[in-house]
Design a protein around this ligand. Structure first.
Ligand code: SF4
Length: 623
């Protein structure tokens, strides 16, 4: 029966250069479905509690899902999972574009890579041919140069490329993976895993077919999307302006990282909002495979800073972390810094958090100019930011220390700098302020991949008698600022749903609660792609399973409740703006954490999955 997947996982050992296709049973797909859950499965099965993320024994999995491949809005993302060189815990990120559909069209459900190549290489995959090729000519080349070079060599029809940039080659611990021209697997330093394996890129030609259970019905989703887009709120903003469209909304409500997270409101926020971007640097937009929304903005400028639109423009998070958080309120300056991060292959969030750590440590006199060749770096200076990005990406001077992450930097520069390092488990915090959003405080502290804003719904979601909220089994009430049991339950349950979206590699912008598609649409998507009559209950358990597998990987590696912590700064009241006085309340937060562990079925002492929870989710093999 046509079911949307091939039953084939590609295994690559870069040390032995072995390439083999592993046949996988149907039951595996029904249990794990794809994306982050497949990646977590291989890490749990085949790495130990002491495997170093940079060791050849680490595994990196590139996985779409059972629903990937049809030309439907928001179903084209792809997940990458590995042990994170940045946090030492499990790492995961997703990107859009076309890499997921191309992998499926090459006749493969996921690519699982281990080992280390003796020489720089890239992996080429098509339905006829899979081989490891020499990549020495790509060494030191920028992301767009590598993209152009491989496209010239391989022809660009039906081709998708995922690559680390020069920063990944240098094993910068927060290096990203870049997908095609507009998409980034930004978080947890997975570009450094590519670098540690001497793997510069994976190029996939998707020239085959995928047999779906009901291809005709799949076409109905984009018709629905078109109709609903007319009246949709958030998807409409994305279509018009991309994620920069929410910058002004968040900023004027006092929810945007400012001056190294010490404030949440910047009086000049208008300089980075969507209208300013449109007037000053916008140069068009792009989309992911099959998506009618096309939210990926492209930007270019010649003055005051020069950059082109070969790669994607700054997203909301980048505008905050490379903009307001550094007091750089100039769209062209952020556009330039964004281009530099993309061309080097650096996560803009952790790069921005690292830059504000250095600038504030220097401002407060706990990090001396001598550590940077005699030069002090200042907030508000684009040139200082550009200089720092270059040094980090090339591991030059102070950049060599910063490239190894916050923990290494604090050990080197001294404990006095720790207060200015705003991270969770070593990963720079996103722009949404935990002082304003208690759900995000919970997620930043507990998320298995470190501080992340896309792992659960935000506080607005807890609405009494709202079908969206009740539909996920959430009940109780509380306003946006509440920290009660209902809020903890909302966070935990919506985390299952978001984890499911990452498992099915669906776009949260389109498939998240209240967006273009409903919970019932999701059941239909499974039916039309795989033929399975899934219920929302089954699907929520799939999401919960993935979160538990990731938490269990961390438990195996020695992580526990003592690692589920927030930076001290978040407990201090915000000094000004619409959120003046708000902070994470220490006692209430501890209480909320307790509720959350109980709701998740995790041991409140250790914060790790209980044996009962693992058995309930069919993960008894982990024990
Ligand atoms: S909404 Fe944006 S990120 Fe999501 S699939 Fe469409 S283009 Fe890609």
């Amino acid at each position: 029966m046509a079911n949307g997947y091939h039953g084939v996982i590609l295994r690559i050992d870069l040390t032995t250069r072995e390439i083999r296709k592993e046949a996988v049973a149907n039951a595996f797909y029904r249990t794990y479905m794809g994306g982050g859950a497949v990646g977590a499965y291989y890490l749990l099965k085949e790495t130990t509690g002491t495997t170093d993320p940079m060791d050849p024994a680490n595994i990196i999995t590139i996985a779409p899902s059972v629903t990937t491949g049809p030309a439907v809005t928001g179903v084209s993302r792809c997940s990458v999972v590995s042990l994170s060189p940045l946090t030492g815990a499990v790492g995961e990120g997703q990107a859009g574009g076309s890499i997921g559909p191309m992998i499926k069209r090459a006749g493969i459900d996921a690519i699982v890579i281990t080992g280390r190549s003796a020489k720089p290489c890239y992996l080429y995959v098509s339905s006829e041919n899979i081989e490891l090729r020499d990549a020495s000519m790509l060494q030191g080349q920028s992301v767009s140069e590598t993209f152009d070079r491989l496209s010239d060599e391989l022809g660009n029809t039906k081709l998708s490329i995922i690559q680390c940039g020069p920063a990944g080659e240098k094993q910068v611990r927060f290096a990203s993976l870049m997908v095609d021209r507009n998409n980034v697997v930004g978080r947890t330093g997975l570009g450094a895993v590519f670098g540690s394996k001497n793997l510069r890129a994976v190029a996939v030609r998707g020239d085959g077919n995928i047999d779906f259970a009901n291809p005709e019905q799949l076409k109905s989703f984009n018709k629905l999307a078109k109709e609903r887009l007319e009246t949709a709120g958030f998807p409409g903003i994305l279509k018009k302006s991309g994620t920069p469209g929410v910058f002004a909304i968040q900023a004027k409500n006092g929810n945007t990282a400012t001056h190294n997270f010490s404030r949440s409101y910047h009086q000049d926020y208008i300089q980075l909002d969507a209208e300013t971007i449109e007037k000053t640097i916008s140069s068009g937009k792009a989309t992911c495979f099959g998506c009618i929304v096309a939210c990926r903005k492209r930007v270019s400028a010649t003055t005051p800073y020069q950059f082109n639109d070969k790669l994607g423009g700054p997203e909301f998070e980048t505008l905050s972390l490379l903009g307001s958080n550094l007091d750089i309120m100039n769209a062209a300056a952020v556009g330039k810094a964004n281009e530099m991060c993309n061309e080097f292959g650096l996560d803009t969030i952790t790069t921005g958090a690292m830059a504000s750590y250095v600038m504030e440590s220097m401002e407060k006199g706990v990090l001396l100019a001598e550590q940077n060749g005699g030069k002090t770096l200042h907030f508000g200076s684009p040139e200082d930011l550009f200089d720092l990005i270059r040094k980090i990406a090339t591991r030059t001077g102070i950049g060599d220390i910063l490239a190894d992450g916050f923990k290494h930097a604090i050990n080197t520069f001294g404990k006095a700098t720790e207060h200015y390092a705003i991270h969770a488990k070593g990963q720079g915090l996103p722009a949404h302020m935990a002082q304003v959003k208690p759900s995000q405080a919970l997620m930043y502290a507990t998320c298995p991949i470190g501080g992340d804003h896309m792992s659960a719904e935000h506080d607005w979601f807890l609405n009494e008698n709202d079908d969206l909220c009740r539909g996920l089994g959430i009940f109780g009430s509380g306003d946006a600022a509440s920290t009660n049991l209902a809020k903890a339950r909302m966070t935990a349950y919506s985390q299952h749903y978001y984890s499911l979206l990452d498992t099915l590699t669906l776009c949260m912008f389109m498939w998240g609660p209240g967006s273009l598609f409903s919970y019932r649409d999701l059941e239909d998507l499974l039916l039309y792609t795989t033929g399975w009559q899934c219920t929302l209950w089954e699907l929520m358990k799939v999401g919960e399973r993935k979160t538990n597998m990731m938490k269990q990987i961390n438990a195996k590696r020695g992580f526990s409740r003592t690692d589920d912590v927030l930076p001290e700064r978040l407990y201090q009241p915000l000094p000004d703006g619409p959120a003046k006085g708000k902070c994470v309340d220490r006692e209430r937060f501890a209480e909320m954490l307790g509720h959350y562990y109980n709701l998740m079925g995790w041991d409140p002492e250790t914060g790790n999955p209980s044996a009962g929870k693992l058995v309930e989710l069919g993960l008894d093999w982990v024990l």
